[in-house]
Design a protein around this ligand. Sequence first.
Ligand SMILES: C[S@@+](CC[C@H](N)C(=O)[O-])C[C@H]1O[C@@H](n2cnc3c(N)ncnc32)[C@H](O)[C@@H]1O
Length: 219
Amino acid sequence: MTEGSRSDSAWTERQAAQAGGFDAIGARYDEAFPHKEGQLACIDRLLAALPPGARVLDAGAGTGLPTARRLVDAGCAVTCVDFSPTMLELARANVPGATFILGDLLELPDHPGQYEAVAAFFSLLMLPRKQIDAALRLFHRLLTPGGRLALAMVEADVDDMPIPFLGNWLRVTGYSREACRGVLEQAGFEVEWEDVLTYVPEQAAMPEVQLFALCRRVG
Ligand SMILES: C[S@@+](CC[C@H](N)C(=O)[O-])C[C@H]1O[C@@H](n2cnc3c(N)ncnc32)[C@H](O)[C@@H]1O
């Protein structure tokens, strides 16, 4: 078993710690990040690229706000996956029109061509780099040819670094904007549009630089 593989016990412990962190954070997440104009702009670009009624996976959906709600309101068939039971319950209440899967996004059934789009806003940054590569390759397979990936990350050159986050310790990963583009291209995505925004969370001392990308599956 390789370190960080999906079935080793260290990985399971890590998943439990990360999911438990989000269980403890719950609704405070949306209080800390109340202004999501950059995210909404990316969602609207995604919607403009999709056919009516598109099937969309919201990977690491959190409370379902604003992503799943915006997509459902626009007529998409949205599946939310999250491994935090508390976050998924909030999403169920916020977006009753979506479908919900409680579990790790890396362990989704590998059904090729199941979705016209995948949205992963600030969720892959909770994985080590090796697992981000695995997640992007899974998304590539889950998408229809030419399907879209909407991604948001925080710019930082760190891999699985513990940080204090809203009263909990969570492990986070980031890239420079150039490296982030490279990781997407390596996984078989063409970056069609990017945006970089400085965001000041309500309850954090430091502003963060947010990276948004809209990508198309190639190959
Ligand atoms: C920073 S929050 C972002 C939530 C939402 N996408 C948003 O934009 O507001 C990250 C979410 O991803 C979930 N998450 C992190 N790693 C995950 C994994 N491996 N599988 C499923 N959910 C995960 C967390 O539980 C949390 O709800």
